[in-house]
Design a protein around this ligand. Structure first.
Ligand code: ATP
Ligand code: MG
Length: 557
């Protein structure tokens, strides 16, 4: 099998920083982490982050942790934890040791919060949330000090203990770091580091009713795990100040550094978890793994290979520049993989019958078809041929000009891997739609041109009607009608109502029982298809992963 991926090592600004850190002896081993919040399935943007973090660990013989950032118990769920683990493994990566949870560190985090209080660097604030928001100031105006800012240390110790013991209601008070209400960075204006939340947690149960905030948790978790390079997306750029402040002000013996890169945006879809959750909850799609979803589970069900996803992440690279990547970039990666590795087969998606009137009745034969036009090692397969076969409705016309290289009444065409046939007459239904084409075949054209030198240019695919397996085909189009749905007032208004087309047709007998190693077939002339989980023995269901050619270029014109 040819590799789906290019094998060169990527270079990017983060790897350059690591190279320098290693050369200067700042570190002698590299430790990264991937820190998903278990409140949804992973999407292709997360795949970028996974390939970056785990890819660095691989290439530098370091390690990468999987750490669930689970400080928000209300929105999190164990289903998401499991799906995330499955997706990371499917992408071909393994995390160091057991999966970790920020909640593993709740005791330590609570201790560090107490340390800040003891040092006079944190205080319990009872201001109503609304007041706190008003006093934060704006980008152009400094904030104002809270009246609780100068509460003495002992009182703060006592109040935080009461918070922890469940003596306060949600929103009644919070613990804030005492930094600088006039900082140009909003995140430094005495950020909340602990809040009251009377919620059951999927890892810690009912042990806690105070939960640490993300900014406080993340840097400390990194330090506890000895992470050297903590990689995140650009919207955390300002928060780096807070990250460094926390690490500097607690007693911990590790100084991880945060570096930011730009998040992936992909045309004609959305990559924000909030929006993906909405698509699922409002049933705009069939679920997180709907093949139209940009989730890892959706891509997998659509027929993407892990190698193609990794190759995509390699091709888009890692920079600090905002970007919007074209869908054709992603599709090119799976097409390259499947073109090389998917065996060919024949399927008729929208069938009409072809009856070969001069073929002996009650007879049939076995023909041989190559599984790949350029790769003999993939071998050949037996396909049966008989008097009645299925062809694609769009491959026949009663009349057509010369550009139409398929079957036309009174003209000839080659049946792929079989004979030359000539169409003689048709049968139509009440609506005038052709249902059957009657033809004759030239028995002396199997694997060779007609003996008298007649030129037959067109080739069409077919399936033997006597042995064919009935099948359902699901053809997908982009999920949204506009390149950047997130910019719409309501992104759901931009959903493409025709993103799924279901067809009923036929495939070669027994095909669905032998799924190839790469997981997909190329159905000649119609695209790459994989078997869907909705399949049954009686009715295999095929998802079209991608068409044979790039159709995105002309869309949108
Ligand atoms: P959202 O903003 O959609 O809620 P998130 O960033 O909060 O997503 P997390 O589960 O916190 O989702 O993300 C885990 C990691 O994946 C983070 O380090 C985050 O920076 C990274 N990540 C998330 N989305 C993208 C993206 N579109 N491109 C690259 N990295 C991403
Ligand atoms: Mg997040």
């Amino acid at each position: 099998m040819r590799m789906a991926e290019t094998d060169h090592r990527p270079t990017n600004f983060i790897r350059q920083i690591i190279d320098k850190d290693l050369a200067n002896g700042v570190h002698d081993a590299i430790k990264t982490r991937f820190p998903p919040e278990p409140n949804g399935f992973l999407h292709i943007g997360h795949a970028k982050s996974i390939c970056l973090n785990f890819g660095i660990a691989q290439d530098y013989a370091g390690t990468c942790n999987l750490r669930f950032d689970d400080t928000n118990p209300a929105k999190e769920d164990i289903t998401f934890v499991n799906s995330i683990k499955e997706d990371v493994k499917w992408l071909g990566f393994s995390w160091s040791g057991e999966a970790r949870y920020s909640s593993n560190y709740f005791d330590q985090l609570h201790g560090f919060a107490n340390e800040l209080i003891d040092k006079g660097l944190a205080y319990v604030d009872f201001s109503p949330q609304e007041t706190m928001r008003e006093m934060r100031g704006t980008l152009t105006e400094p904030g104002k000090n809270s009246p609780y800012r100068d509460t003495d240390i002992e009182t703060n110790q006592r109040e935080f203990a009461k918070m922890t013991a469940g003596e306060y209601k949600e929103g009644e008070c919070s613990l804030r770091a005492k930094i600088d209400m006039s900082s140009p960075f909003m995140c430094m204006r005495d950020p909340v580091i602990y809040r009251v939340k009377h919620a059951h947690h999927h890892q810690t149960g009912d042990k806690w009713c105070v939960y640490p905030m993300y900014d406080f948790t993340h840097c400390i978790s990194d330090a506890i795990e000895g992470i050297t390079h903590s990689l995140c997306t650009l919207e955390f750029q300002d928060n780096r100040r807070l990250y460094d402040w926390v690490i500097e002000n607690i007693s911990i013996d590790c100084t991880p550094r945060q570096y930011e890169f730009s998040r992936l945006n992909l045309e004609y879809t959305v990559l924000s978890k909030r929006r993906l959750i909405q698509l699922v909850e409002e049933h705009h799609v069939s679920g997180w793994d709907d093949p139209r979803m940009p989730t890892v589970a959706g891509l997998r069900r659509r027929g993407y290979t892990p190698g193609a996803v990794r190759e995509f992440c390699k091709r888009i690279g890692v920079t600090k520049m905002d970007n919007m990547v074209e869908m054709s970039m992603l599709e090119a990666c799976i097409r390259d993989d499947l073109n090389a590795n998917a065996p060919r087969a024949m399927a008729v998606l929208d069938p009409i019958k072809l009856v070969i009137e001069n073929y002996p009745e009650d007879s049939s034969e076995i023909l041989h078809a190559p599984n790949h036009p350029n790769d003999e090692s993939m071998g050949t397969r037996d396909i049966s041929f008989g008097r009645e076969i299925w062809i694609e409705a769009e491959d026949f016309r009663e009349s057509a000009n010369k550009k139409f290289k398929r079957l036309v009444l009174d003209k000839e065409v080659r049946l792929r891997n079989a004979y030359v046939v000539k169409a003689n007459r048709v049968e139509k239904d009440e609506d005038g739609k052709v249902t059957t084409v009657y033809c004759t075949y030239d028995a002396d054209t199997l694997g060779k041109d007609p003996a008298d030198g007649r030129k037959v240019k067109g080739v069409i695919h077919w399936v033997d009607a006597g042995t064919a397996q009935k099948a359902e085909f699901r053809l997908y189009d982009r999920l949204f009608n506009v390149p950047n749905p997130a910019a719409e007032e309501d992104f759901t208004d931009a959903i493409n109502p025709d993103s799924l087309k279901v067809l009923s047709g036929w495939v070669e007998a027994n095909l669905a029982k032998q799924v190839p190693e790469v997981g997909a077939w190329q159905f000649e002339r119609t695209g790459y298809f994989c078997l869907d989980a909705d399949s049954s023995d009686d009715l295999p269901v095929f998802n079209r992963t991608v068409g044979l050619r790039d159709t995105w270029a002309k869309i949108g014109d």
